[in-house]
Each structure stands twice: as C-alpha cells, then as structure tokens.
Design a protein around this ligand. Sequence first.
Ligand code: CO8
Length: 261
Amino acid sequence: MKSYTFDTLLLETDDKGIAVLTINRPDKLNALNNTVLDELEQAVKNIEKDDEIRAVIVTGAGEKAFVAGADIKELNTLNKKQGEKQSVRGQKVFFAIENCSKPMIAVVNGYALGGGSELAMACHIRIAEENAVFGLPEVGLGLIPGYGGTQRLPQLVGKSRAMEMILTGGQMKAEEAKSTGLAGYVEPQGKGVEKAKEIASKMLKNGPVALSRAIEAVNSGFRVKGFSDEAELFGDLCETEDFKEGTSAFLEKRKPNFQGR
Ligand code: CO8
C-alpha cells in the first residue's frame, strides 16, 4: 500500500493501482476549506504523475458526510472580487478532477451538500451509499452554487430537475439520485468503496491510453460557457445583505431573515 501525506486528505493506493482519496476533516463534516482545495489540487497532480495509480475513488472520512460543502466560515467574509476569485479557484480544482486522465469515482457516503455535491459531480461516475444526501443548499445562504453545480447538475439530471433542486435548495436521497442518473448505484453503508473497486477493476482491464482519451472525448461534448458566469454571479452575491445574513445565520445556528437586498 503506497500513500501520500496531507493534512486534510488521505491518498492510499492498493496493489491493483486503485487509489482511495479521502477528504479527512470529519469534525467539520469534511467541509472544503482552502487547505482542502490546495491539497486536492496537489493530490490530482500526484495522481497524474504516479504511474502506479490507475484509477481513483473519492470519498469522505467518517460515517456522516461525503463533504458538507464549502467551509461557510471562510465564505462569510468574502467581498465581490474575492468571491468570484474563490469560485474560479474551486472550479479550477474541480476541472482538474473532471479532466483527470484516470477514472475518478465518487463514493458518496453521507451528506454531499453544496461544494460536496459539486465535487461528486466533477468525478466521472458516482456511487451513493444508502445514507447519501445530495443537495445544493446555497440559495438558503443567499448564494448560488459556485464550484460548477449550476453547470454540471443540469448535464446530469436535466435542466428542469436541476432548476428545481437549485431554486428550492432541496435534497435528493440515494434512491432518487439513482433514478435521476445522478448516481449509478446505491450500496449499503460502508460498501461503496468495494463497489467502486469492482467497477474500477472492469475499467482497468482496458487500455489506459484509451481510457484517458475516452474521458477527454466525453468531456469534450460537455464543455459549456456558463462557468465564468457562475463565478461572476457568485461574486455579485457576496456584496448583498442576504449573503451576509444567510452565512451568518448558519454560523450562529439560527434561521436566516432575508430582506431581498
Ligand atoms: N462549512 C463549515 N462548517 C461546517 C459545514 C460547512 N459547510 N458543514 C458542517 N460544518 C460544521 C458545523 O459547523 C459543525 O461544527 P461545530 O461542531 O464546530 O459547530 C460540524 O461541522 C458538525 O455539523 P453540524 O453540527 O451542523 O451537524 P448536523 O448533523 O447537525 O447537520 C448538516 C449536518 C445538515 C450537513 C449541517 O452541518 C449543514 O447544514 N451544513 C451546511 C451545509 C451547507 O449549507 N453546505 C453548503 C455550503 S456553501 C457551498 O458549498 C458553496 C460552494 C460554492 C463556493 C463557491 C466559491 C466560494
């Protein structure tokens, strides 16, 4: 078993070349702070360079969450310019995952909210454990999804269902995620990685160059222009009172009182 050392991630590779990349901040439900984003970017670079790694499973530490979103504590103080920059930053890390030349499989083992759903959607396929909860709750914080969710969710579940999910900030449990195509499989809790390894093993019987070109070709058909608009709109929202109210309400553990300003 080969492993790399990070503060907020675990990256371990088995003897078949299947790596498990675990977001490891369980006390904060694996929320994506800047350290996690930096380390994810570095991890993908390691994955690309390391010939022993042939496929990657992305999952969350603990029994409650895959990733509960971007770290709301870090979002709360962003201004327009910083908000747009932060959105572009996360989008860039998730593009690196989406365009990784090796198969990336998300095992969603609990809450995948906001940036967590966006991370899962950037992976090539998704397996939901029975306790998986997908959602883009950003509007409840006075925000919009800013790590690609407004672009990738409609691609995966269709515009109408995506619009409903984004505008209500509603959640989708494992079985519904499977029926909409957001997840390929539903597995018992604790069994997602096993299923992911089974699927990865089937992929790895094929030529690695063909796999990388297939990923590139499929992604090529889904290149959309909306990501920069998403980042700009996210930045705009950071200037609103509703954003301050929404994020402060979460941190103060109370309901927001939006004024529409
Ligand atoms: N950010 C920061 N801390 C978090 C987050 C988060 N997203 N989610 C959970 N935590 C922390 C909690 O504050 C708590 O910390 P503490 O123990 O110090 O109080 C700890 O994790 C455990 O969480 P809870 O006590 O809340 O656990 P519950 O089981 O009661 O609730 C929930 C679980 C329902 C998942 C709840 O934690 C929750 O609602 N979390 C926030 C979900 C959310 O709104 N996610 C979206 C965030 S916004 C986002 O992702 C935007 C992405 C795009 C960004 C673009 C550019 C910046």
